[in-house]
Design a protein around this ligand. Structure first.
Ligand code: ADP
Ligand code: ZN
Length: 515
């Protein structure tokens, strides 16, 4: 059967979404690929269709054990023979499934990473006609991703022991550094990389100062009568207290966190799905695998730990494509709290977590179109401001920052892309501190050319430049700045750079929540 027929017969769809057909053709051509598509974008079809077109069996590696059962049930409901193997099954259940694999009954098998490395399992796979490996949530292989799982790091063994079998790595959240690492870790350097757009124009983006949050939420809810929504909080305790306050205000609200038992959690989930409950106040434990298309708003009571998580969480709103609102409360105290959490990590990990948190903080305090910031984080850019974020609705004075950008970029170029934020600014401001003189940076042509601008202003402008996508940052190389093709356009072709004039965050006018 060809791919179109499979799509129609098993999934009931008439046409592929953007990129799906190309990805499937690449897989059918036995080439590796990396697929970056937002949640709900349609990643599963990309390996499920080849699984049905090709003879043999497709092996899906997924760390989300809790979701495997649902995924398998959904496939079976579509008439596809699928099964899963993980620690939730006992030995005889597992053996029965292995038998079904051997007899050629099963077309798609979901496996936990632990199982892949369990003794004898790879040898067993060698007895099967494996046609494809799909590594779902593949950002987990990367130390630079936001959900690193050490057990995922040995997956290069797939390519090593099955060099002929194509590997498709899929993820909804991977910045540039993480993507590079996925290719390396899975040993699929030649993989074709497919990046779907992450733009969700139907989501409004608003950041509010984290003061009087309950009052602001109440005002927001008055403008969103009866609309289902999610409030994300950092701690279990605060989910409970915020939920209590919302109930007092008369909103049907339940809380949800990992400290509740499974039954309680699935009851709450069901009530929300059926619209018996309007609001869920939850920790990040809520949302994985929940398919509710009419969530009209998402509020972050506290700042999330990184942009990837934030994007995933706001992405639970407006899956039906209708206008939906997102609000993030920002306070420095919350940033400090997240930094405290990060203290527990190893020194190297801590540095990364803090850098990611810093990007999140920059998003919250930035003065350029928030959608631009968000998309540039995923290395995507849009040509115009979005008009659907609080920055666009309350614009700050802009100025021609081309020369400033050229100074910064040229300093990056002249130091061979080896400087991080502090050093870069010190070069621009002409500091003679030891590290600069030791490296001879005082002799650079750009040394001191940015003397007239204060340190914290430079920080603001450089983050604006980063958020505009005219430079990149390499977490895996000590957070040094890197030039990209846009950087060279600015440097060589005078591509104009509009910056927002510096205003300390504390002095900025609080944005207004629109109805
Ligand atoms: P992801 O894994 O990227 O989060 P899914 O694979 O679960 O997304 O797909 C999200 C939804 O989109 C599912 O309901 C799926 O059936 C649907 N979908 C995927 N591809 C198509 C298509 N070509 N046409 C219509 N609907 C599709
Ligand atoms: Zn905007």
């Amino acid at each position: 059967m060809n791919k179109e027929a499979v799509l129609k017969q098993y999934f009931g769809y008439d046409a592929f979404r953007p990129l799906q057909a190309e990805i499937i053709d690449t897989i059918l051509g036995k080439k590796d690929c990396l697929v970056l598509m937002p949640t709900g974008g349609g990643k599963s079809i990309c390996y499920q269709v080849p699984a049905m077109v090709l003879p043999g069996i497709t092996v899906v590696i997924s760390p989300l054990i809790a979701l495997m059962k649902d995924q398998v049930q959904a496939l079976k409901a579509n008439g596809i023979e699928a099964a899963y193997i993980n620690s939730t099954l006992n030995t005889s259940e597992q053996n029965a499934i292995l038998k079904d694999c051997e007899s050629g009954k099963i077309k798609i098998i979901y496996v936990s990473p632990e199982k892949i490395f369990a003794s004898g399992f790879l040898a067993f796979l060698h007895t099967l006609p494996v046609n494809l490996f799909a590594v779902d949530e593949s950002h987990c292989v990367s130390f630079w991703g936001h959900d690193f799982r050490p057990e995922y790091t040995q997956l290069s063994i797939l390519k090593e022991s099955f060099p002929e079998v194509p590997v498709v790595a899929l993820t909804a959240t991977a910045d540039k550094v993480t993507r590079k690492d996925i290719l390396q870790q899975l040993d699929i350097a030649e993989a074709k990389v497919f990046i779907a757009s992450f733009d969700r124009p139907n989501l409004s983006l608003t950041v509010l100062q984290g003061r009087n949050r309950m009052k602001a939420i109440h005002e927001f809810l008055l403008k969103h009568p009866n609309q289902p929504g999610i409030v994300y909080c950092l701690s279990r305790k605060s989910t409970e207290s915020v939920a209590a306050k919302l109930n007092e205000l008369g909103y049907k609200t339940k809380y949800y966190h990992a400290g509740m038992d499974n039954d309680e959690r699935s009851t709450v989930q069901d009530e929300f799905l059926k619209d018996d409950v309007q609001i869920i106040v939850a920790t990040i434990a809520f949302g994985m695998g929940i398919d509710k298309s009419n969530v009209r708003w998402v509020i972050h009571y506290n700042i999330p730990k990184n942009v990837e998580s934030y994007y995933q969480e706001i992405g639970r709103a407006g899956r039906d494509g209708l206008p939906s609102d997102t609000v993030l409360f920002y306070s420095y105290a919350d940033v400090m709290m997240q930094m405290d959490f990060n203290e527990k990590a190893s020194p190297e990990r801590k540095e990364l977590l803090n850098a990611k948190l810093d990007r999140m903080k920059q998003y919250a305090t930035s003065d350029i179109c928030r959608r631009r910031v968000l998309l540039s984080y995923f290395n995507e850019s849009i040509d115009t401001d979005c008009g659907n974020c609080d920055v666009c609705k309350n614009p700050r004075t802009k100025f021609d920052g081309t020369i400033l950008a050229q100074k910064a970029l040229s300093a990056i170029a002249r130091t061979n892309e080896k400087v991080a934020l502090g050093l870069l600014i010190d070069i621009l401001r002409g500091s003679y501190r030891h590290e600069i003189t030791a490296k001879g940076y005082q002799q650079l042509k750009t040394f001191g050319t940015g003397k007239d601008i204060r340190y914290e202003e430079w920080v603001d402008y450089i983050y604006q430049m980063l958020n505009l996508g005219i430079m990149d940052i390499a977490y895996d190389e000590g957070h040094v700045f890197k030039l990209n093709s846009t950087s060279w356009q600015v440097l060589k072709e005078n591509r104009p750079v509009q910056l927002s004039a510096f205003v300390p965050f504390s002095e900025r006018k609080a944005a207004v929540v629109e109805a």
